[in-house]
Write a protein that binds this ligand. Structure first.
Ligand SMILES: *Cc1c(COP(=O)(O)O)cnc(C)c1O
Length: 227
């Protein structure tokens, strides 16, 4: 299926989720995760009207940017695990980092970037061993420490839900992320406005929208070659 047809399906599902949750469609940003697909397929996504692109590897990100360098107004999201020694390779090329979960990354951003970087702090809501991200109790102390790094702007929180089809488990995960976010907003940190929620992927984005997602990250069902 062409990306534009897949996008039409996703757009409709987003609208329906917004209607159910009484939310404004404009508050939801769709990031097309292109890590599984070719440069050509990524170009097709942009031609279909995609503006936000996400990659989890530096090589993939730079390759896609190279192909799309004539395209204006694209926003690039780094969604993968970031090693601090790799920060310098991405820092000039991304608009958002979704995987901030260690002070060593903040230190590198501070040292390497010429401007403030929009970051999401990654939370491992379900505290699964296999996942990256901080546990919910670590979040507030971590965000307080980030005050020392003025180039790091915490615009929100990100999570990956557990790999399950159980709707109540998914919903609970997204709801918890929203509640942590609301607590941080109340603390009124100037370096961490923390209004955004990056949550929801191909299998669970509708639940994420119902629970308050503002950035959803969709790979397979938006740009994937097949399903
Ligand atoms: C791959 C990936 C996605 C997209 O996953 P799909 O299930 O293909 O939609 C979203 N977020 C992160 C962090 C990913 O690594």
């Amino acid at each position: 299926m062409q990306v534009k047809d897949k996008k039409a399906v996703i757009d409709k599902r987003i609208l329906e989720a917004c209607t159910r949750a009484n939310r404004d469609r404009k508050d939801i940003h769709v990031i097309a995760v292109t890590k599984y697909v070719s440069n050509e397929r990524t170009l097709e996504a942009v031609q279909a009207g995609i503006q936000h692109l996400g990659e989890n590897r530096i090589e993939g990100l730079l390759a896609k940017q190279n192909v799309l360098k004539e395209e204006k107004q694209l926003e690039w999201h780094f969604i993968g695990t970031l090693q601090s020694r790799k920060v310098k390779e991405v820092i000039g090329s991304v608009d958002y980092i979704h995987s901030l979960d260690r002070i060593s990354i903040a230190k590198e951003i501070e040292k390497r970037s010429f401007h403030t970087v929009n970051c999401f702090v990654q939370v491992n809501v379900s505290s699964e061993e296999s996942k990256h991200g901080l546990s919910p109790t670590e979040i507030i102390p971590f965000i307080e420490k980030l005050r020392e790094f003025p180039k790091v702007k915490v615009i929100g929180l990100m999570t990956m839900a557990p790999n399950t089809n159980d709707e109540s488990t998914l919903r609970e995960c997204f709801k918890q992320l929203r509640e942590i976010r609301d607590t941080i907003i109340e603390m009124e940190f100037s370096h961490a406005p923390c209004k955004e929620l990056s949550m929801g992927m191909s299998n669970d984005f509708e639940i994420a929208i119902e629970e308050g997602a503002t950035y959803i990250r969709i790979g397979t069902s938006l740009v994937g070659e097949e399903e």
